[in-house]
Design a protein around this ligand. Structure first.
Ligand code: OOG
Ligand code: MG
Length: 258
């Protein structure tokens, strides 16, 4: 097994067993290319277990997230069907290590997207948009990582919830949003936080996915990135995002067993 395959196995097993791991690149040797290759191998292990890839996620597309995590390069990861949480459902708290949640906008594509598209071309490939939440659960102890490490760890992605799909014909460049936990508003923001307009996140996703040899396809779901800082979540809580004109998306975390 090569050392990159070894790292892929380490991050995959950490996710599979919900066990935190030490940072894998403490001496800063991994290149970004190697990090994305580890991610591909680790998701490949999930696909080999029967999961299906359903799309991509973007990360660090807002200043709020860059500042919170201390990293400023846009990154991406892969979404599988097993990561999707049914809207409104309760999920097992013990499926995560130390989960955080953040409000996002989701795109559903009706057309394939090549690497180089304009905002207008990207928009014409969008079937629908929806309010979404992403559960991030870095496999690294204390959520501490450098850029290659978080990329190798599938950009911390662990779960996502998508609300009702809406036509993209409304202007979604600056929609107000509120993320609340147990009815208490914690973060207020706007879709404009995502690179100035979330369509830019989709354009970036098209470029990056195609550059990795896996261009965006009709049917893919793309998460545009957290629009506010992420928030820790605890067993028993109900987490929700409400987005102007698009409604809500939420889920609850089960109580810990007594
Ligand atoms: C990395 C993932 C970043 C986003 O939306 O910006 C991300 C992390 O914060 O652990 O998902
Ligand atoms: Mg995110």
């Amino acid at each position: 097994m090569s050392h990159l395959e070894n790292f892929a196995q380490i991050v995959d097993q950490a996710a599979f067993n919900c066990q935190e791991i030490a940072q894998i690149d403490s001496d800063g040797k991994l290149t970004l290319e190697e990090a994305y290759y580890i991610q591909k191998l680790s998701i490949g292990r999930r696909l080999a277990r029967g999961e299906r890839q359903v799309g991509f996620k973007m990360g660090f597309t807002s200043r709020a997230k860059m500042v919170q995590m201390g990293l400023s390069d846009v990154i991406w990861g892969r979404l599988t069907d097993a990561m999707q949480i049914e809207e409104g459902s309760e999920i097992e708290a013990n499926r995560f290590i130390h989960p955080r949640v953040e409000p996002e906008l989701a795109f559903l594509l009706k057309k394939d997207l090549p690497a180089n598209v304009t905002n207008a071309q990207a928009l014409s490939a969008v079937e629908a948009i929806a309010p979404a939440l992403e559960v991030i659960d870095s496999r690294y102890k204390d959520f501490k990582f450098n850029l290659p490490e978080v990329i190798a760890d599938n950009a911390s992605s662990s779960g996502f919830v998508v609300g009702n799909w809406h036509s993209p014909s409304i202007d979604f460049g600056n929609l107000g949003l509120v993320m609340s936990i147990d009815g208490r508003p914690l973060h207020v923001g706007s879709t404009a936080a995502l690179l100035g307009h979330p369509i830019r996140s989709l354009v970036a996703a098209a470029r990056l996915a195609a550059g990795a040899g896996e261009p965006l396809k009709a049917g893919d779901i793309i998460l545009a990135g957290g629009a506010t800082p992420a928030e820790w979540i605890k067993p028993g809580q109900y987490i929700e995002v409400e987005m102007q004109h698009l409604g809500r998306a939420g889920f609850s975390l089960s109580q810990n067993p007594a």
